[in-house]
Each structure stands twice: as C-alpha cells, then as structure tokens.
Design a protein around this ligand. Structure first.
Ligand SMILES: [Zn+2]
Length: 99
C-alpha cells in the first residue's frame, strides 16, 4: 500500500480522542477521531461530539472515555438549553416588558 497516513515519530501529540492513538492535525482541528475509529466517508460533516459519538457507536469503535465525553456534552447542552429557556422566558413576555 503506497498511501497510508503520514504518521511519523512525534505525531502522538495529535492523539485520537477516542482510542488515544495517532491522529492527524487536520482531524483534531475538527475534533475528529483517527481514521481507524472514524472512516473517512463518515468524517465529512461532523462538527460536534454528539454526532461524532453517534457515528462511533454505529462503527462500534467508540471507547468508554469517548462515551463519557459525549455524555458530558449532552448534559452540558441540556443545562444550556434549560438556562436559555429560563432567561429567554424572562426576557420575552415578562412583566417588565409591559411598559
Ligand atoms: Zn482512534
């Protein structure tokens, strides 16, 4: 095979958030796991942990650590949603808005 990933010495500083193995800088910029965890065909339009996690689940390459990360992300979002609802409902249609 003439074209595998160029992963040389020292590339471990770009490590896959899922398996901890070598990853490419480009993938890490987008928060993506390495190609072994997440095949190229799936990697195109994944921008967030939750959708990445979903694909990893499907590929059955998801690690315990990554699953926890996704879980945290979900909880954080719920919290943000909740916060926005509370703040939002105060701003819109609150008694202060009447004047
Ligand atoms: Zn990996």
């Amino acid at each position: 095979m003439s074209h595998h990933l160029k992963i040389g010495r020292g590339s471990y500083r770009y490590s896959c958030p899922n398996c901890g193995g070598p990853n490419t800088e480009k993938r890490l910029e987008h928060g993506l796991p390495c190609p072994r965890c997440l095949p190229e065909k799936d990697a195109s339009d994944l921008g967030d942990l939750i959708s990445i996690g979903r694909v990893l689940e499907r590929e059955e390459t998801i690690s315990e650590n990554f699953r926890k990360l996704v879980e945290l992300e979900r909880e954080a979002r719920e919290l943000i949603d909740f916060f926005n609802q509370v703040v939002g409902s105060r701003r819109v249609g609150g008694p202060e808005d009447m004047g």
